[in-house]
Design a protein around this ligand. Sequence first.
Ligand code: 2P0
Length: 324
Amino acid sequence: MTEKIVRAHTNIALIKYWGKRDEALILPASSSLSLTLDAFYTDTSVTFDNSLQSDTFYLNDRLQNKTATEKVSTFLNLFRKPAGISSPALIKSTNFVPTAAGLASSASGMAALAGAANLACHLQLTQRELSLYARRGSGSATRSIYGGFVEWQMGTCAADSYAVPIDDADWDIGMLVVVVNSRKKEMSSREGMKNTVETSPFYTGWLDSTANDLIEIKKAIRLQDFQKMGEITESNGMKMHGTMLGANPPLSYWEPDSVVAMQLVRQLRQEGISCYFTMDAGPNVKVLCRLTDSEKIKARFAKQFNPEQLIIAKPGEGLKVLTK
Ligand code: 2P0
């Protein structure tokens, strides 16, 4: 039997998702916009097998514990129910992303799982429906169904909070990922954003401001105005981190080398190289740049970071099925 594997790439938000209005349904407090990257992805297969006692989940060839398996099972139940399937499943996933390093492995992971579950259950879901399903696994996964620039529309309810493709990003766009630290983070995004929504006095200001950033960045993308897009990206990311600093207890994912990387980006701009940084719920720094400048920028970073910490990514594609 041929095994069908679904590949989903991760995405990096230029306009961030940080906070939910409904935790159970994973409805965001604001819309967001991301760039899907080719360099980081997850391959997943789901096979229903009545000879299994219960769902069995392998990540990177390692059998996962009860907690990790339960998370996958709960998600799979969303697919089993409409398909009328009750069999246990064998789930095999390979992450080509440093897991939990703030490189959004949950985005590619849950998007790939949604795609693989759809195939195993023969549900024939559309991409839009897959985006709705992926959202229930992890907010950022909503966007990983599509390639290029993608908007996750906050919507009005569970039925219309999905992602839409905005632009294929095929106009000299790249990203240098600076892996400051690939250890698992201490505070998950889920807890971090919850704490921020509940306690940060800056949170309402964030909501007002990010709505406008989204309008402006979509204009910049339409006009292929790289500088404008970069300026909005850098500012939006910093504002998100500002909301965390205002939380109680305060939250910061930055490490000293994160600041070193940000300063180098500013330095490069002074030298006339157009590039902008953004950071997520981890210490790594992502540098939005022209793909044609990416090697030059990487060479400058290589003076302060090890080569294995520097990964150039191109815009990636949406969900796809591979056959082994
Ligand atoms: C984003 N992040 O827009 C933001 C920016 C991190 C910082 O989406 O609780 O793993 O599963 O919906 O999607 C990371 O949060 O959180 C994230 P859940 P998720 O990419």
